[in-house]
Design a protein. Structure first.
Length: 346
């Protein structure tokens, strides 16, 4: 891909920038500037017609990855405990972690929360990284001062993954200048996270409309991200893989198969609208997994399963219809779409 919940996606991905807030994984994201197309009832009918609510779907392959609820991805405002309850009610297996909330808990309250999750058959997925590493030196240095406390809170709560995204271009820094800055700063972040046993996931942003108008395009493919990870050279840093960006970049299942499971920290799952050329699609117009069949989510998940990926898989549709649903309906639609996608694993 940047508060009630302090962790997920903050600032601009594309010009004109659409904010993507790392601090608010469970809040509506300000980059959700959607074109209205159809109503909630039409979407629910379409999901039913496509079999997304079918109770007969099966998952033929054993897997370690979890169907994860990240409320902010669905336009839902929810605190940590409400998100836990929503995840349990709608058949998710993990739930996004609110780093700010967890950092406020002492050891006793964190232990109680872990027991609550266990009792509901849930584990934590990932938290978002609230570090201003994309801009000037002063905001980066100031935000880094707060990172050790956040990591300590995640460690107490048993959360071992934290994620963020990279802006796919710059109007000021050349590719090489940007590459060096990212490697240096994210290496510092990784060192702090590693001290608390937390792994850092990085996501590349691939739609052409996100980088083509910036003076100096930056990392927006699997291969480029792999180069950055090699340069950072930290054992606790890996990919956030998103089917949307994977598809836009022209990446393949074969690329995923070059990784080991531990090199993937988190996964986002989407489908693409039908009928629009890929190079005209905007980053904030996506579909729930399996909604259109444009993206081969079966091949994507099968490759992840083959390498032994064991982390969260979050629906991230950035979709107006889902955004306008009530909390329960949005969670049910996302849960059904993930179950449908997991049934495609071979």
């Amino acid at each position: 891909m940047f508060f009630l919940i302090h962790f997920h996606k903050e600032k601009p991905r594309q010009p004109p920038a659409l904010p993507y807030n790392d601090f608010t994984m469970m809040n509506p994201m300000t980059r959700r500037t959607f074109l209205q197309r159809t109503g909630q009832s039409a979407l629910l009918a379409g999901l039913a017609a496509n079999g997304l609510f079918s109770l007969g779907a099966t998952e033929p392959k054993p897997r370690k990855m979890t169907r994860d609820l990240l409320c902010g991805n669905l336009g839902i405002q929810a605190g940590q405990m409400e998100a836990v309850d929503l995840a349990a009610r709608h058949g998710f297996e993990s739930v996004g972690a609110d780093g700010g909330y967890l950092a406020s808990l002492d050891a006793s309250r964190a232990a109680d929360l872990k027991a609550t999750l266990h009792g509901k058959g849930l584990v934590f997925g990932a938290a978002g990284l609230p570090v201003e590493f994309r801009g000037d030196d002063a905001p980066f240095a100031e935000s880094m001062k707060k990172l050790p406390g956040l990591i300590a809170g995640l460690q107490r709560a048993g959360v071992d993954r934290i994620t963020t995204w990279l802006n796919p271009g710059s109007n000021k820094l050349t590719f090489l200048q940007n590459f060096r800055r990212h490697a240096q700063r994210l290496r510092e972040v990784a060192a702090v996270a590693g001290d608390g046993g937390v792994r850092l996931g990085l996501e590349y942003v691939a739609p052409k409309t996100s980088w083509v108008n910036q003076r100096y395009p930056f990392i927006h493919t699997f291969a480029e991200m792999k180069d950055l990870l090699t340069e950072i050279n930290a054992a606790n840093v890996g990919f956030v893989l998103d089917s949307w960006h994977w598809w836009h970049a022209g990446d393949s299942a074969a690329d995923i198969l070059t990784l080991q499971g531990r090199e993937v920290i988190a996964v986002d799952l989407n489908d693409a609208p039908s009928g629009t050329p890929k190079d005209q699609l905007m980053d904030n117009h996506r579909e729930l997994p399996c909604a259109t069949g444009v993206i081969d989510v079966g091949a994507f998940l099968s490759a992840l399963n083959q390498i032994g990926y064991d982390g969260p898989v979050r629906a991230e549709p950035f979709n107006q219809q889902v955004n306008h649903m009530g909390k329960e309906d949005a969670c049910e639609a996302a849960s059904a779409s993930l179950k449908r996608a997991f049934a495609l694993i071979t």
